[in-house]
Design a protein around this ligand. Structure first.
Ligand code: ADP
Ligand code: MG
Length: 700
């Protein structure tokens, strides 16, 4: 280990300089990402105990954690269902029982009648009096009253083998270091900003959070809304914003092909479509077209609700690249979805004389080699497929544009890998990502601050909202009758068995079981089944049969979530919807409501719903608006769910929480801009403090 320098920053001072942190603890700390003294300081308590006051027994309520002091009245072994030592103490205001299931004879002797005790523990109700089970306690011998704690006692998130006392010892020492040499943890937020947003300075905030005064507002601290917490959150979010800004700047330094050789193909496609684009689509098309004509790589996210018509926008972008004699690669997260794109693109582009290549991981041998050769030569224009597109042996001769559908399904590595495949001569391809996850705008501007955003916030005309009902599983027979009635009218229906998270196998079994059962109840219907365990070719043929109306009822797992487009399907049953997030339910439901007749969706839940689940399903019943639903999902579930991997994989916050702190995001953006303008020298250290090595990862 490096020797600690007396003056070095706490961000590079190893935890081992703190007395009491030996190699074993250092190792345990490293496992949870705590390597430096700064890490220790940023490791905040998640709750506090109040040991600053001695509470009268008659003021206690079950659930409180409290210090009490009293004299032992009796101390007996109780032989009930479970042998226990019961110690009854009195403080003059009332009686309290201390209950020990594990105890020694010596311990019992030390708790004899007449002895004065101070104890701390959680209060619960007991058969005779309020109780504390296995409280911490100490004897009070002298006449001098022992001091109580001056601060609230912090409770730290911890890891196996690290006791709270160890944490308190470490943070004590780290705080002393900080007090003696504050310059070792510099304040990067200028005073101007701190005054403007009423934020305490860094070391004051840290000191407060590790050792809050006795009268600190505990409820506010628990919610993470105390000014001391907001100060740290603010700094972290600013750092994040600056980091994404740097990333964007660096990308701008790359050169890209100028895709500007006329609009002939694009106009021919527009002329051949049976519909005209919505205003929102036209806006997105224009934004993309302008980007593609620049010599810097586009990094744009196209966001639009299910059914808003992103595919045709992507096709128009592809034509602009093809017309300029550059290659286009379109990548989708699942084969099913890639095939769907292949169908749409084939219908639109084959008549224009454009050849489409298809690449999946199942292609092997000669056929694959021939395909790869065509891509490498730059002769093939448009290729579509799955992850297979960014495998190492795939090379492009003149890749000009990469289109990624449902981009949250891909890790940053995968997306970058495709970008690296470049257009030769040092150029980077333009990139268009698409997502149907409608992310509230303030959130998107922070989470995707490195991307430009186009939003399709309008559905094609004539779409009817999907009428949604929420029913208990006990109404299953009625629901089956609804399916029968809908199919009798020539419509088609989906029956979705939701994911049993841990096991795809179980989920597939459940779907098979359901399909069989429905087959018995609805013998007149043609029933198809798709789930994740089927071979892609099997899935494909079932989907095709459904599309061609050769199947009336499609029993499926959530594999049909994205992309599937069968306008004649007008009824969807979703089993156990309470297991899914609202965004996912909304995506699923988006499979119906694509035709001219009114569609219905039945959310069929298992017996009892939690209050939160009830609220979430009510949101689905009341709204068809993806943005509204996303906002609710955000409130009811958390940003991680809304953002998918973006949050969990690439954008972890130490202290900030995008939902709780979303009210800060506008100020955060302003603060970041001000720092860039007036304090540019502080940007790098701020980013380093909060994002550090992870930023390199993002930029990998
Ligand atoms: P998503 O945004 O969910 O990917 P799609 O691109 O699959 O939506 O479009 C859904 C359906 O709407 C497709 O059948 C598509 O051809 C059709 N569509 C797209 N744009 C329009 C429009 N402007 N008017 C009418 N139908 C449209
Ligand atoms: Mg789509």
């Amino acid at each position: 280990m490096k020797q600690a320098q007396p003056d070095q920053g706490l961000d590079i001072t190893p935890v081992s300089v703190l007395k009491g942190v030996g190699p074993r603890n250092a190792e345990r700390l490293a496992a949870i990402g705590v390597n430096t003294v700064q890490d220790v300081l940023f490791h905040l308590p998640y709750r506090y105990q109040d040991r600053t006051r001695i509470m009268p027994v008659d003021s206690l309520r079950a659930g409180d954690q409290a210090v009490v002091e009293g004299v032992v009245g009796s101390c007996d072994i109780h032989l009930g269902r479970r042998r226990a030592l019961l110690v009854r103490i009195s403080d003059g205001s009332g009686l309290l029982t201390l209950r020990f299931f594990h105890f020694s004879a010596a311990q019992k002797a030390g708790l004899a009648a007449g002895i004065r005790l101070r104890c701390f523990g959680e209060v619960r109700s007991g058969p005779a009096t309020l109780e504390m089970i296995h409280p911490e306690y100490e004897r009070i011998d002298g006449h001098e009253p022992m001091p109580v704690e001056e601060c609230l006692t912090p409770v730290y998130p911890t890891t196996g083998g690290m006791h709270q006392l160890t944490w308190r010892g470490m943070t004590d020492k780290a705080l002393v270091l900080l007090q003696q040499q504050p310059q070792r943890l510099p304040e990067w937020l200028p005073e101007q900003l701190r005054r403007l947003y009423r934020l305490p300075d860094l070391s004051a905030a840290l000191r407060y959070l590790h050792r809050p005064p006795a009268d600190a507002p505990q409820a506010q601290l628990l919610e993470g809304r105390h000014p001391a917490q907001r100060r740290l959150v603010f700094e972290e979010l600013v750092a994040h914003q600056l980091s994404l800004g740097q990333l964007r700047q660096r990308r701008r330094l790359n050169a890209a092909a100028v895709l500007d050789r006329g609009n002939l193909l694009r106009h021919r496609l527009l002329d051949s479509l049976p519909f005209s684009l919505t205003g929102a689509q036209l806006r997105a098309v224009d934004e993309i077209a302008a980007d593609l004509k620049r010599d810097r790589p586009m990094m744009r996210l196209l966001q639009g609700d299910v059914g808003s018509g992103k595919t045709v926008v992507a096709a128009l972008a592809a034509l602009q690249a093809l017309e300029a004699h550059y290659q286009v690669a379109l990548m989708a997260p699942t084969e099913l979805l890639a095939e769907q794109h292949l169908r749409s693109f084939s219908a639109w582009l084959l008549p224009l004389g454009i050849d489409i290549l298809w690449l999946t991981s199942r292609q092997r041998g000669k056929a694959r080699e021939a395909l790869l050769a065509r891509l490498a030569s730059g002769d093939a224009g448009l290729v579509m497929g799955t992850q297979a597109l960014f495998q190492n042996d795939v090379e492009f001769g003149r890749l000009g544009l990469v289109i990624i559908d449902e981009q949250h399904s891909f890790g940053v590595h995968q997306r970058m890998a495709l970008r690296e495949k470049g257009g030769g001569n040092g150029k980077v391809p333009h990139q268009l990502s698409m997502t149907a996850t409608p992310i509230p705008r303030t959130l998107a501007m922070t989470a995707y601050a490195d991307l430009d955003l186009s939003v399709i916030d309008e559905l094609p005309p004539g779409r009817l909202p999907v009428a949604t009902v929420v029913l208990p599983a006990s109404r299953r027979t009625d629901v089956v009758e609804r399916v029968r009635a809908a199919c009798a009218l020539g419509r088609q229906a989906y029956w979705v068995c939701t994911l049993i998270e841990e096991s795809e196998a179980l989920e597939c079994e459940a779907a098979e079981e359901t399909a069989m059962q429905l087959g018995r109840m609805l013998p007149e219907l043609r029933i198809g089944l798709v789930h994740g365990r089927l071979k892609a070719s099997e899935k494909e043929s079932v989907m095709q049969a459904f599309q061609q109306r050769k199947v009336d009822l499609l029993v499926a797992t959530t594999v049909i979530e994205v992309g599937v487009d069968v306008p004649n399907a007008s009824l969807m049953i979703i089993e156990n919807p309470e297991r899914l997030g609202l965004a996912q339910l909304h995506q699923l439901r988006g499979r119906v409501g694509r035709g001219a007749v009114e569609s219905h969706c039945v959310l069929m839940y298992q017996n009892s719903l939690s209050a939160n689940a009830r609220q979430r399903l009510a949101v689905m019943r009341e709204s068809n608006d993806g943005f509204f639903i996303a906002q609710k999902d955000l409130e009811l579930r958390g940003a991680g769910e809304v953002l998918g991997t973006r949050q969990t994989g690439e954008m972890q916050f130490r202290i900030a929480d995008l939902v709780r702190d979303s009210g800060l995001l506008n100020e955060v953006r302003q603060a970041a801009a001000l720092l860039l303008q007036q304090y540019p020298e502080r940007v790098a250290p701020l980013v380093k403090r909060w994002i550090g090595a992870r930023e390199q990862y993002i930029d990998a």
